[in-house]
Design a protein around this ligand. Structure first.
Ligand SMILES: *[C@@H]1O[C@H](CO)[C@@H](O)[C@H](O)[C@H]1NC(C)=O
Ligand SMILES: *[C@@H]1O[C@H](CO)[C@@H](O)[C@H](O)[C@H]1NC(C)=O
Ligand SMILES: *[C@@H]1O[C@H](CO)[C@@H](O)[C@H](O)[C@H]1NC(C)=O
Length: 137
């Protein structure tokens, strides 16, 4: 009986922590503000949209339509945090983005694994990683 109670307490604590805790290995913590979208957070905080969504995949749905006011998010994991970014504008191409950032086209694709090889699937308002070091292995 004592063992059973301890297990229940442990599970309950784990659930509570899961709802509220920030990641301990988080390089940058963030709290969701009124009016935030994934792209607006990404643009304001210099975090790639994909990174924001992947680091918080347990909280943010595929359309990023379930952000909750006051919700704690992690912007990047220590050692894998891209903080040099570009917000895609009308007319941008991967070549123009890489050129403006002074980085190789291939590095842009490496650090933004959601971009296809032809770079025909970037979206206006999306925030890309334009760091000059390899962040995504
Ligand atoms: C983010 O929050 C976690 C949990 O509170 C903490 O361990 C970590 O040090 C924080 N990171 C930063 C950069 O403040
Ligand atoms: C950006 O990230 C690099 C390396 O991860 C770090 O050294 C630098 O301090 C960061 N810059 C900002 C403004 O957070
Ligand atoms: C990026 O790195 C390459 C190779 O190290 C270097 O030639 C180039 O000047 C760097 N670009 C920027 C914007 O720092």
């Amino acid at each position: 009986m004592a063992r059973f109670s301890a297990l229940v307490a442990f599970v309950a604590l784990g659930a509570a922590v899961g709802v509220t805790a920030q990641e301990p290995n988080c390089a940058r913590n963030y709290t969701v503000q009124l009016g935030d979208t994934c792209n607006s957070i990404a643009a304001a905080q210099n975090v790639p949209t994909l990174q924001l969504e992947e680091v918080n995949a347990d909280k943010i749905d595929a359309d990023c339509s379930n952000l909750a006011l006051g919700e704690p998010l992690c912007l990047g994991i220590i050692g894998q945090d891209c903080n040099v970014t570009h917000v895609v504008a009308s007319g941008d191409t991967c070549s123009s983005i890489a050129g403006a950032a002074g980085i190789k086209f291939s590095l842009l694709l490496t650090n933004n694994p959601n971009i296809d090889d032809n770079c025909d699937n970037i979206g206006i308002g999306e925030v890309l990683c334009t760091a000059n070091t390899t962040i995504v292995q």
